[in-house]
Design a protein around this ligand. Structure first.
Ligand code: UDP
Length: 327
């Protein structure tokens, strides 16, 4: 059985991927400082509580077992916070991953799947976005992810470390059995906030209705977290089978507007969403939709769950866990 180390595996996308890796026959070792992750999300798996900035601990983990590959999620991931505190993002995301890669080089671990983001593209002029688009992030979060992608490129050249960097579009949904889902300390994402508005009788702010889109609100490519998880399994297998390094988009190629998400949430829940139109949120591009041809070609992957499943599974999770894992 092959062993995978999963930094950040107790977080939202990480915990869904741990399940998918285990289902595919991998032995999963989660390494997480629990700053955003939840012990309960990985309760059936080995969890080492640790930080990527703790070089000694990381080294000890790598030396104490044979690790065949790394699937790395541990990072700060809020655009707005990164604008206010870029150095915290560089320290955690870039220096943390520098430690991880140094340890991999020292212990001759050669394969890594690194969670990247469509935020590396910045403000694009056209959609769908493919991987040949110029990567020009417009916030520190995207910059730190791109910095790691570039660090990986040079680690491949110098140390033969092979990587896949999945660039996620908008991760959403939850495990369909309702056991794990999305629970962030600071929630800024649309779908959890739409359901929070329903469950707590709050009013959702729609950030802008005057964009050049079909209904004036922003359009995003929402992808089911379990589809993302399956893509990570395929990416790891691709590397273990000798695949070469790449960055690859993960989305559905379908864009939904904010108003369409509100409607889909009403259909999934049978409840009404109270909303008000608010000013645009700084830094929001009008439309982001993925071209996922490369993932299809190289990984044999495409998203199999649509917006209906995303909204139904997210509703199930939020309805049953209105206070998240702690509730
Ligand atoms: N959005 C919104 N109200 C909210 C949160 C988000 O109208 O309370 C919009 C946001 O402006 C963007 C879309 O929903 O156009 C998706 O935002 P989210 O934060 O979920 O993901 P992002 O695309 O920023 O990563």
């Amino acid at each position: 059985m092959k062993t995978v180390l999963i930094p950040g595996g107790a977080g939202y996308i990480g915990s869904h991927t741990v399940r998918a890796l285990a289902d595919a026959g991998f032995n999963c070792v989660v390494y997480d400082n629990l700053s955003e992750g939840h012990r309960e999300a990985v309760k059936d798996f080995e969890l080492i509580e640790g930080d990527l900035l703790d070089f000694e601990k990381l080294t000890q983990v790598f030396k104490s077992r044979k690790i065949d590959g790394v699937v790395h999620f541990a990072a700060f991931a809020l655009v707005g916070v990164s604008m206010k505190d870029p150095l915290a993002y560089y320290r955690n995301n870039v220096i943390g991953t520098h430690n991880l890669l140094t340890t991999m080089v020292n212990t001759e671990v050669k394969n890594i799947v690194f969670s990247s983001t469509c935020a590396v593209y910045g403000d694009v002029k056209n959609v769908p976005i493919n991987e040949s688009f110029l990567a020009e992030p417009c916030n520190p979060y995207g910059e730190t992810k791109l910095a790691v992608e570039r660090m990986l490129k040079w680690c491949d050249a110098a140390h033969n470390i092979k990587y896949v960097c999945p660039r996620y579009f908008n991760a959403a949904g939850a495990m369909s059995d309702g056991s794990i889902g999305e629970d962030h300390k600071l929630e800024t994402h649309l779908i959890p906030l739409v359901y929070r508005a329903i469950l707590k009788n709050e009013t959702l702010s729609v950030f802008g209705n005057d964009y050049q889109t079909r209904d004036g609100s922003c359009i995003r490519d929402y992808i089911h977290v379990c589809d993302l998880a399956d893509a990570h399994v395929k990416a790891l297998k691709f590397l273990l089978d000798g695949g070469s390094s790449m960055s690859v988009n993960l989305g559905t190629e379908y864009g939904a507007s904010v108003f369409e998400i509100i409607k889909a949430a009403e259909q999934a829940s049978g409840m009404v969403v109270n909303y008000t139109v608010a000013p645009r949120r700084a830094g929001d591009p009008p439309i982001l939709v993925a071209d996922t041809s490369l993932a299809k070609e190289k990984l044999g992957w495409n998203a199999v769950r649509g917006l209906k499943e995303i909204m139904a599974d997210a509703w199930q999770w939020h309805k049953n866990h209105p206070k998240g894992y702690g509730g």
